[in-house]
Ligand binder design. Structure first.
Ligand code: ASP
Length: 453
């Protein structure tokens, strides 16, 4: 049995949904179909989820949002018309969306969760109706009824372990199960959503729960690329990579697959296959536990901007017991999570996403560092880009760091920091944001221009 998940762009129009149908019915082992809400039809279009969020915000403020509601209704109505499903389906969807929008707004967080989830929920009903009409045995399954119970963290739900046993029973359902992605229910029965793009997470949970042989994730690119195609034109496609490699790449800007979504599949050792709905015969990318190393040391290069470093130095820091703990405790008090902590004997930098740090927090943190840690120097550097080179192959090869450092030199980009410590499969480089693209190009030339994959 396979679990197959389709992203929003694969479900954005009648034409796309026909491709989805062809893909599902071409392989009888595709048992569970997870769907996102309808996504963008073109680059300047708006996703249904974003329209719903806009609507909910208006309802909370003004009690109505007629124009936006009309746009959402029209999107579902035109999908239903394109697919030729019975007219009453569009009527039911319209009614459901209006009911949710007119629901209880006394707790805005709860209200927002219910509205956000209605995009996936109604789309799953529509897809199930369409499959049935095409003669396929298929039914919509509600996550609550199926037993997908999650923690009560709005917009960041985590699956609870007890869900898996109940969800296993999906195997026994007749025909194809059409399951809405992106949300589950807390133990009180309220809707709670995963983080954005969370339908990937639903698919992975279900793959684990039904002990699927494969989790197929259909999106709108042929494969995971070895580098961001917006930076390097026509980069190499990656055929196979390990969960660890994918995790490291996804963290620094590879948006193809949600990083949290790897966990359930990884725990059950289920391979994840990334494929393109618009080109299903392309081989795609397979994410596995272990792979044969057929390429050079590096499988992918990822980069992301918007980081800042908090640098502190204190003479004899290395002898001071508890210094790191106290420092991190202060960051914890401010609710900051960190990405990396490169350190020397008397200095330490903490790299964080700078969106977490406004000027007020910055000042308060500096004050506490000075008072409680008695540091000699503190420096905050904003607008950093982190560049990661990732590959299982670098463990066994010598000279990878030298090659990378040379590439930075050739590109004329100054390295603000390097971290090649704990992770065996990645090296991290910090540069000022304006140097990011030149550095990524140089690294790509270094590691990919001559190797055969
Ligand atoms: N529709 C949701 C979002 O836009 C979830 C998803 O597409 O996976 O974030």
């Amino acid at each position: 049995m396979k679990v197959i998940k389709f992203g929003g762009s694969s479900l954005s129009s009648g034409e796309q949904l026909k491709k989805v149908f062809d893909i599902v019915q071409s392989d009888p082992s595709r048992k569970v179909v997870v769907v996102s809400a309808p996504g963008k039809r073109s680059a300047d279009d708006i996703k249904i989820t974003d329209l719903l969020i806009g609507c909910a915000e208006r309802f909370i403020r003004e009690g109505a949002a007629d124009e936006l509601v009309g746009v959402i209704e029209d999107r579902f109505a035109s999908l239903a018309a394109d697919l030729g499903v019975p007219a009453e389906i569009a009527v039911q969807i319209r009614k459901n969306i209006l009911d949710v929008l007119n629901g209880d707004r006394s707790n805005p967080d709860r209200y927002m969760e219910a509205v956000k989830a209605s995009g996936e929920d109604n789309n799953a009903r529509l897809v199930a109706a369409y499959f049935q009409q095409q003669g396929l045995e298929a039914s919509y399954v509600n996550p609550g009824e199926a037993g997908l119970i999650v923690s009560d963290e709005p917009g960041n739900a985590q699956v609870l372990p007890e869900s898996y046993e109940k969800l296993y029973e999906l195997r026994e359902r007749p025909g194809i199960v059409v399951f809405p992605g992106f949300f589950g229910y807390n133990s009180q029965g309220d809707v709670v959503t995963f983080s954005r793009s969370g339908s990937d997470i639903t698919g992975s949970i279900l793959a684990n729960a039904i002990k699927a042989e494969l989790y197929e994730n259909f999106t709108d690119v042929d494969a995971v690329y070895s580098v961001n195609p917006n930076i390097v034109k026509n980069p190499r496609e990656i055929r196979e990579l390990t969960y660890r490699e994918m995790r490291e790449l996804a963290y620094a800007g590879f948006a193809v697959f949600h990083d949290e979504a790897l966990i359930p599949a990884f725990r059950a050792g289920i391979p994840v296959q990334i494929k393109n709905t618009n080109n299903p015969s392309a081989p795609g990318t397979r994410i596995v536990q272990e792979r044969a190393s057929t390429n050079g040391p590096v499988i992918g290069i990822a980069s992301d901007t918007g980081f800042c470093s908090i640098y502190v130095s204190k003479y004899l820091m290395n002898r001071e017991v508890g210094f790191g703990r106290k420092l991190l405790h202060i960051l914890e008090d401010f609710g900051l999570s960190y990405e990396h902590v490169p350190s020397g004997i008397d200095d330490l930098s903490v790299i964080i996403r700078q969106s977490q740090l406004d000027s007020e927090k910055e000042k308060a943190i500096m004050d506490r560092f000075k008072q409680e840690l008695q540091v000699d120097e503190i420096k905050i550097t904003r607008d950093l880009a982190l560049i990661m080179i990732v590959g299982e192959g670098m463990r066994k090869r010598v000279g990878t760091m030298a090659r990378a450092a040379n590439a930075f030199g050739r590109a004329g980009v100054n390295l603000e920091m390097i971290n090649q410590g704990s992770s065996e499969v990645s090296m991290m480089f910090g540069v000022k944001e304006p140097g990011e693209k030149a550095a990524v190009h140089a690294l790509y030339d270094e590691f990919f221009s001559s190797v055969s994959v």
